[in-house]
Ligand binder design. Sequence first.
Ligand SMILES: NC(=O)c1ccc[n+]([C@@H]2O[C@H](COP(=O)([O-])OP(=O)(O)OC[C@H]3O[C@@H](n4cnc5c(N)ncnc54)[C@H](O)[C@@H]3O)[C@@H](O)[C@H]2O)c1
Length: 286
Amino acid sequence: MSGRLAGKVAVVTGGASGMGRATVERFLAEGAKVVIGDRNADAAAETLAALDAGDRLAFQPTDVAEEADIEALVGLATQRFGRLDVMFNNAGIGGAFGPIGETRVEEWDYSFAVLVRGVFLGMKHAGNVMKAQGEGGVILSTSSIAGMGGGAGPHAYSAAKAAVANLTRAVAGELAHHKIRVNAIAPGAIRTPLFHSGRAEKMEQIAAAKTPWHRLGEGADIAGTALYLASDDGEYVTGQVLVVDGGALALGPDFWGHGPDSLFTRKAGVNHGSTGEATEAREVET
Ligand SMILES: NC(=O)c1ccc[n+]([C@@H]2O[C@H](COP(=O)([O-])OP(=O)(O)OC[C@H]3O[C@@H](n4cnc5c(N)ncnc54)[C@H](O)[C@@H]3O)[C@@H](O)[C@H]2O)c1
Protein backbone atom coordinates (compact mmCIF):
# COMPACT_ATOMS: atom_id res chain seq x y z
CA MET A 1 0.00 0.00 0.00
CA SER A 2 1.47 3.37 -0.99
CA GLY A 3 0.53 6.82 0.29
CA ARG A 4 1.68 9.45 2.77
CA LEU A 5 0.79 7.19 5.72
CA ALA A 6 1.92 3.89 4.25
CA GLY A 7 2.94 1.47 7.02
CA LYS A 8 1.46 3.70 9.74
CA VAL A 9 -1.16 2.71 12.29
CA ALA A 10 -3.67 5.30 13.49
CA VAL A 11 -6.38 5.40 16.14
CA VAL A 12 -9.25 7.85 15.61
CA THR A 13 -11.74 8.44 18.43
CA GLY A 14 -15.15 9.59 17.27
CA GLY A 15 -14.24 7.97 13.95
CA ALA A 16 -17.76 6.65 13.34
CA SER A 17 -19.17 10.05 12.36
CA GLY A 18 -18.46 13.53 11.07
CA MET A 19 -14.90 14.79 10.77
CA GLY A 20 -13.54 11.69 12.52
CA ARG A 21 -15.04 9.44 9.87
CA ALA A 22 -13.76 11.73 7.08
CA THR A 23 -10.29 11.48 8.61
CA VAL A 24 -10.48 7.68 8.85
CA GLU A 25 -11.39 7.58 5.16
CA ARG A 26 -8.49 9.86 4.21
CA PHE A 27 -5.95 8.01 6.37
CA LEU A 28 -7.01 4.70 4.78
CA ALA A 29 -6.66 6.22 1.30
CA GLU A 30 -3.12 7.28 2.25
CA GLY A 31 -2.14 3.73 3.20
CA ALA A 32 -2.67 3.68 6.97
CA LYS A 33 -4.26 0.96 9.07
CA VAL A 34 -6.88 2.48 11.35
CA VAL A 35 -8.73 1.62 14.56
CA ILE A 36 -11.92 3.54 15.28
CA GLY A 37 -12.82 4.10 18.93
CA ASP A 38 -16.40 5.26 19.34
CA ARG A 39 -19.31 4.98 21.72
CA ASN A 40 -21.86 4.58 18.93
CA ALA A 41 -21.56 0.96 17.77
CA ASP A 42 -24.34 1.28 15.16
CA ALA A 43 -22.67 4.26 13.49
CA ALA A 44 -19.34 2.43 13.62
CA ALA A 45 -20.83 -0.66 11.95
CA GLU A 46 -22.28 1.53 9.20
CA THR A 47 -18.92 3.29 8.78
CA LEU A 48 -16.99 0.02 8.57
CA ALA A 49 -19.40 -1.27 5.93
CA ALA A 50 -19.30 1.97 3.92
CA LEU A 51 -15.51 2.37 3.95
CA ASP A 52 -15.04 -1.30 3.02
CA ALA A 53 -11.35 -1.35 3.99
CA GLY A 54 -11.19 -5.04 4.91
CA ASP A 55 -8.62 -5.95 7.53
CA ARG A 56 -7.00 -2.48 7.46
CA LEU A 57 -9.88 -1.05 9.54
CA ALA A 58 -10.99 -2.15 13.01
CA PHE A 59 -13.47 -0.93 15.62
CA GLN A 60 -13.24 -0.94 19.39
CA PRO A 61 -16.32 0.12 21.40
CA THR A 62 -14.97 2.99 23.48
CA ASP A 63 -16.09 5.62 25.93
CA VAL A 64 -13.17 8.05 25.83
CA ALA A 65 -13.93 9.20 29.36
CA GLU A 66 -13.08 5.72 30.71
CA GLU A 67 -9.40 4.94 31.22
CA ALA A 68 -9.87 1.17 30.75
CA ASP A 69 -11.60 1.82 27.41
CA ILE A 70 -8.72 3.97 26.12
CA GLU A 71 -6.20 1.34 27.24
CA ALA A 72 -8.19 -1.32 25.37
CA LEU A 73 -8.42 0.90 22.29
CA VAL A 74 -4.70 1.57 22.11
CA GLY A 75 -4.13 -2.10 22.95
CA LEU A 76 -6.19 -3.22 19.96
CA ALA A 77 -4.02 -1.11 17.63
CA THR A 78 -0.83 -2.74 18.88
CA GLN A 79 -2.29 -6.27 19.04
CA ARG A 80 -3.99 -6.18 15.64
CA PHE A 81 -1.57 -4.01 13.68
CA GLY A 82 1.64 -4.29 15.71
CA ARG A 83 2.24 -0.62 16.52
CA LEU A 84 0.76 2.86 16.98
CA ASP A 85 1.96 5.91 15.04
CA VAL A 86 -0.94 8.38 15.14
CA MET A 87 -3.51 9.02 17.89
CA PHE A 88 -6.36 11.39 17.00
CA ASN A 89 -8.33 12.37 20.12
CA ASN A 90 -11.37 13.65 18.28
CA ALA A 91 -14.53 12.28 19.94
CA GLY A 92 -16.81 14.99 21.20
CA ILE A 93 -20.27 16.16 22.17
CA GLY A 94 -21.97 19.53 22.50
CA GLY A 95 -22.15 19.06 26.26
CA ALA A 96 -23.86 21.32 28.78
CA PHE A 97 -25.71 24.37 27.42
CA GLY A 98 -27.91 27.11 28.82
CA PRO A 99 -27.31 29.85 31.40
CA ILE A 100 -24.45 29.29 33.85
CA GLY A 101 -26.92 29.64 36.72
CA GLU A 102 -28.91 26.68 35.39
CA THR A 103 -26.03 24.33 34.59
CA ARG A 104 -25.99 21.21 36.75
CA VAL A 105 -22.75 19.89 38.15
CA GLU A 106 -23.30 16.51 36.50
CA GLU A 107 -23.83 18.20 33.10
CA TRP A 108 -20.61 20.17 33.56
CA ASP A 109 -18.68 17.08 34.70
CA TYR A 110 -19.95 14.96 31.80
CA SER A 111 -18.84 17.68 29.34
CA PHE A 112 -15.34 17.81 30.79
CA ALA A 113 -15.10 14.02 31.14
CA VAL A 114 -15.64 13.52 27.41
CA LEU A 115 -13.97 16.64 26.03
CA VAL A 116 -10.96 17.00 28.36
CA ARG A 117 -10.44 13.79 30.33
CA GLY A 118 -10.89 11.85 27.07
CA VAL A 119 -8.08 13.84 25.44
CA PHE A 120 -5.83 13.50 28.51
CA LEU A 121 -6.33 9.72 28.52
CA GLY A 122 -5.61 9.48 24.80
CA MET A 123 -2.41 11.48 25.19
CA LYS A 124 -1.36 9.44 28.22
CA HIS A 125 -1.80 5.96 26.81
CA ALA A 126 -0.84 6.66 23.20
CA GLY A 127 2.19 8.60 24.43
CA ASN A 128 3.30 5.65 26.59
CA VAL A 129 3.00 3.21 23.68
CA MET A 130 4.90 5.56 21.37
CA LYS A 131 7.62 6.13 23.96
CA ALA A 132 8.05 2.35 24.36
CA GLN A 133 8.28 1.92 20.57
CA GLY A 134 11.05 4.51 20.53
CA GLU A 135 10.29 5.75 17.02
CA GLY A 136 8.37 8.93 17.75
CA GLY A 137 4.74 9.46 16.82
CA VAL A 138 1.94 11.95 16.35
CA ILE A 139 -0.83 12.91 18.77
CA LEU A 140 -3.65 15.07 17.45
CA SER A 141 -6.67 16.38 19.34
CA THR A 142 -9.73 18.32 18.30
CA SER A 143 -10.06 21.70 19.98
CA SER A 144 -12.36 24.38 18.50
CA ILE A 145 -12.50 28.07 17.73
CA ALA A 146 -15.01 28.00 20.60
CA GLY A 147 -11.96 27.55 22.84
CA MET A 148 -10.51 30.87 21.70
CA GLY A 149 -13.31 33.22 22.66
CA GLY A 150 -16.75 33.28 24.13
CA GLY A 151 -18.98 33.53 21.09
CA ALA A 152 -18.80 30.18 19.34
CA GLY A 153 -20.19 27.64 21.78
CA PRO A 154 -21.76 26.99 25.19
CA HIS A 155 -19.67 27.99 28.23
CA ALA A 156 -18.63 24.49 29.30
CA TYR A 157 -17.74 23.53 25.73
CA SER A 158 -15.68 26.73 25.29
CA ALA A 159 -13.80 26.11 28.52
CA ALA A 160 -13.17 22.46 27.67
CA LYS A 161 -11.86 23.24 24.18
CA ALA A 162 -9.55 25.91 25.63
CA ALA A 163 -8.23 23.24 28.00
CA VAL A 164 -7.54 20.94 25.04
CA ALA A 165 -5.53 23.72 23.35
CA ASN A 166 -3.32 24.35 26.36
CA LEU A 167 -2.94 20.68 27.23
CA THR A 168 -1.63 20.29 23.68
CA ARG A 169 0.99 23.01 24.16
CA ALA A 170 2.11 21.68 27.54
CA VAL A 171 2.37 18.04 26.49
CA ALA A 172 4.13 18.93 23.22
CA GLY A 173 7.05 20.31 25.21
CA GLU A 174 7.10 17.26 27.41
CA LEU A 175 7.09 14.65 24.63
CA ALA A 176 9.31 16.46 22.12
CA HIS A 177 12.48 14.66 23.15
CA HIS A 178 10.72 11.38 22.37
CA LYS A 179 10.05 12.81 18.88
CA ILE A 180 6.32 12.64 19.57
CA ARG A 181 4.59 15.61 17.99
CA VAL A 182 1.48 16.91 19.77
CA ASN A 183 -0.85 19.24 17.92
CA ALA A 184 -4.52 20.21 17.91
CA ILE A 185 -6.95 21.24 15.22
CA ALA A 186 -9.40 24.03 15.99
CA PRO A 187 -12.28 23.71 13.53
CA GLY A 188 -14.77 26.46 12.82
CA ALA A 189 -18.26 25.51 11.67
CA ILE A 190 -18.01 22.08 10.04
CA ARG A 191 -20.94 20.30 8.39
CA THR A 192 -21.30 17.21 10.63
CA PRO A 193 -24.18 15.54 12.50
CA LEU A 194 -23.01 17.32 15.69
CA PHE A 195 -23.11 20.76 14.12
CA HIS A 196 -26.51 20.04 12.62
CA SER A 197 -28.13 18.63 15.74
CA GLY A 198 -31.21 20.77 16.13
CA ARG A 199 -31.53 23.69 13.74
CA ALA A 200 -29.65 22.62 10.63
CA GLU A 201 -30.71 25.27 8.09
CA LYS A 202 -30.56 28.23 10.47
CA MET A 203 -27.12 27.21 11.73
CA GLU A 204 -25.83 26.82 8.17
CA GLN A 205 -26.98 30.33 7.26
CA ILE A 206 -25.55 31.96 10.37
CA ALA A 207 -22.21 30.18 10.09
CA ALA A 208 -21.80 30.80 6.36
CA ALA A 209 -22.57 34.52 6.81
CA LYS A 210 -19.95 34.83 9.57
CA THR A 211 -17.30 32.98 7.60
CA PRO A 212 -15.27 34.92 4.99
CA TRP A 213 -15.01 31.75 2.90
CA HIS A 214 -18.84 31.84 2.77
CA ARG A 215 -19.42 28.17 3.24
CA LEU A 216 -19.42 25.68 6.05
CA GLY A 217 -16.33 23.53 6.44
CA GLU A 218 -16.58 19.88 5.44
CA GLY A 219 -15.18 16.82 7.16
CA ALA A 220 -12.68 16.60 4.32
CA ASP A 221 -11.24 20.02 5.28
CA ILE A 222 -10.39 18.65 8.71
CA ALA A 223 -9.20 15.31 7.31
CA GLY A 224 -6.73 17.12 5.03
CA THR A 225 -5.36 19.09 7.96
CA ALA A 226 -5.07 15.95 10.08
CA LEU A 227 -3.19 14.26 7.23
CA TYR A 228 -0.73 17.15 6.99
CA LEU A 229 -0.07 17.06 10.73
CA ALA A 230 0.11 13.24 10.85
CA SER A 231 2.44 12.89 7.86
CA ASP A 232 6.14 13.68 7.54
CA ASP A 233 5.16 17.03 5.95
CA GLY A 234 4.40 18.17 9.51
CA GLU A 235 7.75 16.95 10.88
CA TYR A 236 8.76 20.32 12.41
CA VAL A 237 5.30 21.26 13.72
CA THR A 238 4.49 20.61 17.35
CA GLY A 239 2.61 22.35 20.14
CA GLN A 240 0.34 24.09 17.67
CA VAL A 241 -3.39 24.64 17.54
CA LEU A 242 -4.17 24.91 13.86
CA VAL A 243 -7.32 26.86 13.12
CA VAL A 244 -9.37 25.52 10.20
CA ASP A 245 -12.35 27.86 9.95
CA GLY A 246 -12.55 29.59 6.57
CA GLY A 247 -11.21 32.79 8.13
CA ALA A 248 -13.95 33.22 10.75
CA LEU A 249 -11.63 33.79 13.71
CA ALA A 250 -9.29 36.04 11.73
CA LEU A 251 -12.24 38.24 10.82
CA GLY A 252 -12.96 38.92 14.48
CA PRO A 253 -15.82 41.28 15.39
CA ASP A 254 -16.62 42.14 11.75
CA PHE A 255 -17.93 45.62 12.68
CA TRP A 256 -17.59 46.83 9.09
CA GLY A 257 -18.90 43.77 7.33
CA HIS A 258 -16.83 41.86 4.85
CA GLY A 259 -16.94 40.86 1.21
CA PRO A 260 -18.40 42.97 -1.62
CA ASP A 261 -20.78 44.95 0.63
CA SER A 262 -18.18 46.12 3.12
CA LEU A 263 -17.39 49.84 3.34
CA PHE A 264 -13.72 48.95 3.02
CA THR A 265 -14.36 47.09 -0.20
CA ARG A 266 -16.41 49.84 -1.88
CA LYS A 267 -14.25 52.86 -0.97
CA ALA A 268 -10.52 53.61 -0.68
CA GLY A 269 -8.68 56.66 0.63
CA VAL A 270 -7.20 57.95 3.86
CA ASN A 271 -8.68 58.98 7.19
CA HIS A 272 -6.73 61.86 8.79
CA GLY A 273 -8.27 61.28 12.21
CA SER A 274 -8.66 64.40 14.43
CA THR A 275 -6.15 66.54 12.55
CA GLY A 276 -8.82 68.84 11.14
CA GLU A 277 -8.17 67.54 7.62
CA ALA A 278 -11.13 65.90 5.90
CA THR A 279 -11.16 62.25 5.07
CA GLU A 280 -10.34 61.60 1.43
CA ALA A 281 -12.39 58.83 -0.11
CA ARG A 282 -12.99 57.52 -3.60
CA GLU A 283 -15.31 54.85 -4.96
CA VAL A 284 -13.59 51.73 -6.18
CA GLU A 285 -14.73 48.81 -8.29
CA THR A 286 -15.54 45.73 -6.21
N1 LIG B 1 -18.82 20.24 13.81
C1 LIG B 1 -18.27 21.36 14.19
O1 LIG B 1 -18.64 22.44 13.72
C2 LIG B 1 -17.15 21.35 15.22
C3 LIG B 1 -16.43 22.53 15.40
C4 LIG B 1 -15.36 22.54 16.30
C5 LIG B 1 -15.01 21.37 16.98
N2 LIG B 1 -15.75 20.22 16.79
C6 LIG B 1 -15.29 19.02 17.48
O2 LIG B 1 -14.97 18.05 16.52
C7 LIG B 1 -15.02 16.75 17.09
C8 LIG B 1 -15.82 15.83 16.18
O3 LIG B 1 -17.14 16.31 16.11
P1 LIG B 1 -18.09 16.14 14.84
O4 LIG B 1 -18.61 17.48 14.51
O5 LIG B 1 -17.44 15.31 13.80
O6 LIG B 1 -19.29 15.36 15.57
P2 LIG B 1 -20.07 13.99 15.28
O7 LIG B 1 -21.18 13.98 16.28
O8 LIG B 1 -20.39 13.83 13.85
O9 LIG B 1 -18.99 12.88 15.67
C9 LIG B 1 -18.55 12.73 16.99
C10 LIG B 1 -18.34 11.26 17.29
O10 LIG B 1 -17.85 11.16 18.65
C11 LIG B 1 -18.49 10.05 19.26
N3 LIG B 1 -18.50 10.21 20.73
C12 LIG B 1 -19.17 11.09 21.48
N4 LIG B 1 -18.93 10.89 22.78
C13 LIG B 1 -18.07 9.86 22.86
C14 LIG B 1 -17.44 9.19 23.94
N5 LIG B 1 -17.66 9.54 25.22
N6 LIG B 1 -16.60 8.18 23.66
C15 LIG B 1 -16.37 7.80 22.37
N7 LIG B 1 -16.96 8.39 21.32
C16 LIG B 1 -17.79 9.42 21.56
C17 LIG B 1 -19.89 10.04 18.68
O11 LIG B 1 -20.51 8.78 18.85
C18 LIG B 1 -19.61 10.41 17.22
O12 LIG B 1 -19.40 9.27 16.44
C19 LIG B 1 -15.60 16.94 18.48
O13 LIG B 1 -14.56 16.96 19.44
C20 LIG B 1 -16.26 18.31 18.39
O14 LIG B 1 -16.37 18.93 19.64
C21 LIG B 1 -16.80 20.19 15.92
